[in-house]
Design a protein around this ligand. Structure first.
Ligand code: G4P
Length: 534
């Protein structure tokens, strides 16, 4: 059977019901609160406050996590699965702080859609915009939630205009706020002709929903004060004239975003958004790969690693590879092929990340995220299949923007330090470069905070106090080209050459001028600021 809209075969129901998405937002817009309400309505937790409470308990386990708590940021991404109505939601959490954006970028390669949360008083903020641009690169469908409507917020048209202009995407209102700030009473659900009234008294209560027969229904006047009703009529009329109507295909293609207004803390507008994700969000999508794309409905199992987290439990030194299933129906115990090394791998203890805890995953379908504990075999960008040599593409590694030298406090521990650094490099927590000349390593990160996190983790997980020192270099580029040109280049620039943890050649620079010079003098070489993980 063909799905008319997408011209692709209809997916098996188990796959078709999956929605795999991330939430993007600027810190403080309400991502944590919204996540918590998703889990509450998805039945994954019983009481609001559990995620935070659990977070606190977990965080106090280590100083590193303590640091995370002090900073009020979430350093590592995790995945959560839960059912909502007929859907299975896989929510992949992204760290909100800009210092961890590389991790976030990669996480976005594992999802089919993003929910963009904005603060109704602040509109589109810097981090939202940055993350949005990444979603745009992949034409990810985006659903928007305008939060904190219980507080004084900006004019509705102004918010919509700002999104349209700053992000260059069509915005269609799925709901419309009634009243403002203290006078905010709820929303008119445009998609379903319903009135949703917010209950300020009970934050966890889902809004009262009143079915309305169009805007002229006299029932509206029973619930909405006359002056607000008049304004609602006016605004909706204007909206109808000025704003595009919902076009589900345009949403799926990433050209249009529906916007819901609400208040996560008051549980208001959240269920409507969840219904929206289910009804208008994409099913698991085709994955780009070499030498051919992977379709979710293919019976054979495949998946790729988009994140490796080492030492989730410092006592066990385990690593968990987060794998996005790209196709098929995975069952626990399956033998998969690790394409990079061509070795078979029995996946006997995969975990599914349910909000309450990690659980053994007996099965997983295309779209799901599973965790595979391993001892370092699995790296970011790795593909697992039932034998075919496929390699998922498009998982970027960015050139670091900050470089520092690193030394072990105890010089006798240099080997230990190397091991620790390599592990973090593979995990994607930092870039590690071994200069051709001299001893020691240069560590590169995207945000300064990462140095502190690394120092703290190396000490905690390896018992190694380390020192980061300034480096004369400020940037790095990967270099590729034919052997003769490379040899000539390396010989002439030894002071600037290093190798990354994969052994690839990196050119360390002080100034943009260095890069321009190489480009001019070595036209046969290619300098890149990103490297595809493989
Ligand atoms: P983040 O993950 O995006 O950083 O945001 P988070 O959910 O932590 O929310 C940031 C702050 O905004 C929190 O307040 C939270 O309670 C508040 N907030 C979230 N949703 C709403 C909403 O709909 N209305 C209002 N008025 N506030 C909301 P906080 O004071 O920083 O923390 P807390 O003491 O409330 O935990």
């Amino acid at each position: 059977m063909l799905d008319i809209a997408s011209n692709r075969p209809a997916l098996p129901p188990e796959i078709a019901r999956r929605r795999t998405f991330a939430i993007i937002s600027h810190p403080d817009a309400g991502k944590t609160t919204l996540t918590e309400k998703f889990l509450l309505f998805g039945g994954a937790i019983q009481m609001a406050g559990q995620v935070r409470a659990k977070g606190e308990a977990r965080r106090t386990r280590s100083d590193f996590m303590q640091m995370e708590k002090d900073r009020g940021i979430s350093v590592s991404a995790s995945a959560m699965s839960f059912d909502y109505k007929t859907f299975r939601f896989n929510l992949v959490d992204t760290p909100g702080h800009s210092d961890f954006s590389e991790d976030t970028y990669r996480t976005l390669t594992a999802v089919d859609a993003a929910v963009m949360v904005i603060d109704g008083a602040k509109g589109v903020e810097s981090q939202t915009q940055k993350l949005f641009e990444v979603c745009r690169l992949r034409d990810l469908p985006i659903l928007t939630f305008c939060n904190k409507m219980d507080r004084e917020s900006r004019d509705t048209f102004e918010i919509i205009d700002e999104i349209q202009e700053m992000l260059a995407i069509d915005v269609t209102p799925a709901s419309w706020p009634i009243g403002q700030g203290r006078d905010f009473i709820g929303c008119y659900d445009i998609l379903r002709d319903r009135l949703e009234l917010m209950d300020r008294a009970d934050r966890n209560k889902v809004a009262e929903s009143i079915e309305i027969n169009g805007l002229d229904d006299p029932k509206l006047a029973q619930h909405v004060p006359a002056h607000l009703l008049e304004k609602l009529h006016e605004e909706l009329e204007m909206a109808r004239e000025l704003l595009p109507a919902l076009d589900p295909q345009a949403v799926l293609e990433g050209h249009m975003t529906p916007i819901w207004f609400g208040s996560a803390i008051n549980s208001f507008g959240v269920k409507e958004l969840m219904d929206g994700i289910g009804n208008y969000g994409p099913e698991p999508q085709v994955q780009s790969a070499e030498p051919r794309k992977i379709s979710p409905e293919e019976p054979k199992v495949s998946g790729f690693v988009f994140k490796v987290q080492a030492n989730m439990d410092p006592k066990h030194r385990d690593r968990v590879a987060f794998v996005r299933m790209a196709s098929g129906h995975f069952k626990r115990g399956m033998k998969l092929t690790h394409v990079r090394t061509k070795k078979p791998m029995a996946v006997s203890n995969p975990v599914l990340f349910l909000a309450s805890d990690r659980e053994l995953a007996d099965e997983a379908w295309a779209g799901d995220i599973i965790g595979i504990p391993n001892h370092g075999q699995l790296r970011i960008g790795d593909t697992l299949t039932e034998g075919e040599a496929l390699r998922v593409t498009g998982i970027p590694s960015f050139a670091p923007e900050l470089l520092q030298g690193v030394r072990a406090g105890d010089p006798m521990k240099a080997k230990h330090l190397e091991k620790a650094l390599m592990q973090f490099a593979e995990e994607g927590a930092a870039k590690v470069f071994k200069p051709m000349i001299g001893s020691g390593f240069i560590v590169g990160v995207v945000g300064a905070l990462q140095f502190e996190v690394l120092a703290s983790r190396i000490e905690l997980e390896y018992g190694l106090p380390v020192r980061f020192d300034g480096s004369q270099f400020t940037s790095a580029r990967w270099v590729a080209g034919d052997k003769a040109a490379m040899d000539k280049f390396i010989n002439a620039n030894k002071q600037h050459i290093a190798h990354d943890h994969d052994g690839d050649v990196v050119y360390l620079t002080r100034l943009q001028w260095d890069i321009d010079r190489v480009i001019r003098d070595y036209p046969e070489l290619k300098l890149t600021a990103t490297k595809e993980m493989m």
